[in-house]
Design a binder for this molecule. Structure first.
Ligand SMILES: [Cu+2]
Length: 309
């Protein structure tokens, strides 16, 4: 059938894309989404070398005040296992006035990510905004510990998205999880298997592809979730720097298939270990598949792809 053929052709194209890391970098120019650099490959590479693997740009989520905005978390404490209302405001940092006008991104004015510092608990929430600018959303965090709250939004007149982060303490007996262990490239989430393909090079946009199957069968009827067939959040282990990730293609653009592959372009600001959380929607339910990805210096491909260290 035509659809089957198309999917096979797409899978072949994806496989070809990951032949070498150079090809991954080069392929970014063809995805048709705005990426940070428009120079030719050589120039871009030179610039990256100059910028270094550490990067001059501060990644999102590390600051409570940045780009003219402040995150005012009114509920910096919660009780483990209890349903709490998380409340916060986004303030103009100069005037202290709450922001009440936003530009929607992925269908929402603001995305709230809550993650434990040990990266074992993850929530992707969509708070409700009151007229005075106060956002609120109920959340139940099962484990005590230090958490980070990320507000990802775009104020109405801002040119770019802003991601601010604040600490949240969840009280109770705290037993931090051990350092992130290498995870398999295939994860099981709610009866689905999700496989991660691709690698990232520090400072360079790279493509990551997630393939969703159920009991070994490709899922070809994923449902749009936040304007895409998947939503990927990536956090750096150690400081929880928040990466910008763009889905490649969107539902209804005539080329993007509703699975089994969902592809993203992401830039890791440095070498290190990253935790990736993929949200996808199927049969009306959103599921989350977490992965651990090593980037740079000996990391290369995702964990489990033939690297024993
Ligand atoms: Cu969201």
């Amino acid at each position: 059938m035509n659809t089957g053929l198309k999917i096979t052709a797409f899978a072949a194209a994806v496989a070809a894309t990951f032949g070498t890391t150079y090809a991954v970098g080069a392929s970014v120019d063809t995805v048709g989404k705005p990426v940070a650099h428009t120079e030719d490959h050589g120039e871009r590479r030179a610039k990256q070398e100059k910028r270094g693997a550490d990067g001059d740009h501060t990644p999102g989520g590390l600051q409570i005040v940045a780009d003219g905005y402040a995150l005012d978390l009114r509920t910096p404490r919660a009780e483990a296992g209890d349903r709490t209302d998380l409340r916060f405001r986004i303030l103009k940092s100069d005037s202290g006035r709450p922001v009440t006008q936003y530009t929607r991104d992925h269908g929402k004015e603001l995305h709230l990510i809550v993650a434990s510092r040990d990266l074992t608990t993850y929530r992707h929430l969509h708070p409700v905004r009151a007229a005075d600018g106060t956002w609120s959303v109920p959340a139940t965090l099962p484990e005590a510990g230090d958490y980070r709250v990320f507000a990802d939004f775009r104020p109405e007149r801002a040119k770019e998205k802003v991601t601010l982060g604040a600490d949240l303490a969840v009280t109770g007996a705290y037993a931090p999880a051990p350092t992130l262990a290498p995870s398999s490239t295939t994860k099981v989430a709610g009866g689905y298997e999700v496989r991660l393909d691709g690698a990232l090079t520090p400072g360079e946009p790279g493509e990551l592809t997630l393939r969703v199957t159920r009991r070994g069968k490709p899922v070809t009827d994923l449902q749009p979730y936040l304007g895409a067939y998947g939503h990927l959040v990536a956090l750096r282990s150690g400081d929880l720097a928040y990466l910008h990730v763009h889905p490649n293609g969107e539902p209804g653009d005539a080329t993007t298939e509703p699975g089994p592959e969902v592809s993203f372009t992401a830039t890791a600001p440095s070498a290190g270990t990253y935790r990736l959380f993929l949200d996808f929607r199927h049969e009306g339910k959103v599921r989350t598949a977490p992965f651990t990805l090593r980037v740079g210096a000996g990391g290369g491909a995702a964990d489990g792809q033939g690297h024993g260290h």
